[in-house]
Design a protein around this ligand. Structure first.
Ligand code: C5P
Length: 299
């Protein structure tokens, strides 16, 4: 058995997040177009006396290290299935913004799952790993797969999508997180008494991804959770305007927020937008990244 296994796993942005009405189980049906972006967490698992989680990186203090951490839950789920004791030290080297709507927690879940699977040589099939991911959370399967994909159901049933070019982004990291369940509850409150249409993927958006057309993608970006995120965090509206005023082709809240995403023409424009966002004081940090990025990968 090797001493340790490290997996690198990307963040995501939702280029389309169409949200349906609340289901009887409280979840919402989605048409969720995920795009993996090149900001990564690294998850390392090492045999240990007992399961424990540690974290390093600028946001490490905000990461829960108990059994609520998706990485710990992934190790427990896989070990349970194969009758293995989940005695591993999981170390997360965190570069993905925490509680930011970029699936950082989901990334750690997928990363730990793949790393433990390799450490323990379970022989689990890809389909089995994806099923465990779906149990862990709606966004976790995508973190394993990466690239671009359409997620339906809770967002966990994935169809891979073709991407015909490189897209350049800036991510403005806000102070403090936003709770995903709270944002969905606010969506329910804002849409109460209105007709919420069945979520459907936009053909124009899928075409823009396939052809690598940045301008077309900018025109097609949409996030059904954005009104709810802005309602809970009104200052984000100013952040979006700051980025578009500085030359971003389009701006939107990333997933449930509060990270905001800015699509730019090229890397030089991304740098200008990031500088303007930082200078405005509208965000704690501004990160530049391109997409698509590969899914969870053994180092
Ligand atoms: O699946 P996950 O644990 O990531 O979901 C977190 C929360 O986000 C859920 O408890 C639910 O409140 C909300 N959610 C939802 N509909 C989805 C995905 C998530 O309402 N499709």
């Amino acid at each position: 058995m090797s001493a340790s296994v490290t997996v690198r796993v990307p963040a995501k942005v939702n280029v389309q997040l169409a949200v349906g009405a609340a289901r009887s189980d409280g979840f919402h049906d989605l048409a969720n177009v995920f795009l993996a972006v090149g900001l990564y967490d690294e998850v390392t698992v090492t045999p240990a006396e007992a399961l424990r989680v540690t974290c390093s990186g600028p946001d490490a203090a905000q990461v829960p290290l108990d059994a609520t951490n998706l990485a710990a839950r992934a190790a427990i789920a896989l070990a349970g299935r194969y009758g293995i004791a989940p005695d591993v030290h999981i170390h997360i080297d965190k570069d993905i913004p925490v509680a930011g709507g970029m699936a950082g927690g989901s990334a750690d879940g997928a990363g730990a799952l793949l790393a433990c699977d390799a450490l323990w040589s379970t022989g689990a099939s890809r389909a089995e790993l994806l099923a465990i991911c779906a149990e862990l959370g709606s966004d976790v399967p995508f973190s394993l797969v990466g690239g671009a994909a359409l997620g339906v159901g809770r967002g966990e049933r994935l169809t891979p999508l073709e991407v015909g070019g490189t897209f350049h982004w800036v991510f403005a990291v806000a102070d403090g997180g936003l709770s995903t369940p709270a944002v969905y509850r606010e969506f329910d409150r804002l849409t109460a008494g209105t007709h919420v249409p069945e979520p459907a993927a936009s053909a124009v958006l899928l075409d823009a991804l396939r052809t690598g057309d940045t301008t077309a993608l900018a025109g097609a970006l949409s996030n059904g959770l954005q009104p709810a995120a802005l309602s809970l965090r009104p200052s984000l509206a100013g952040t979006l305007t700051t980025g578009t005023d500085a030359g971003a082709l389009a701006a939107l809240v990333s997933g449930s927020g509060p990270t905001t995403a800015f699509l730019t023409e090229d890397e030089a424009s991304a740098r200008k937008v990031a500088d303007a966002l930082l200078a405005s004081g509208a965000c704690r940090n501004a990160r530049i990244a391109s997409s698509p990025a590969p899914g969870a990968t053994l180092r």
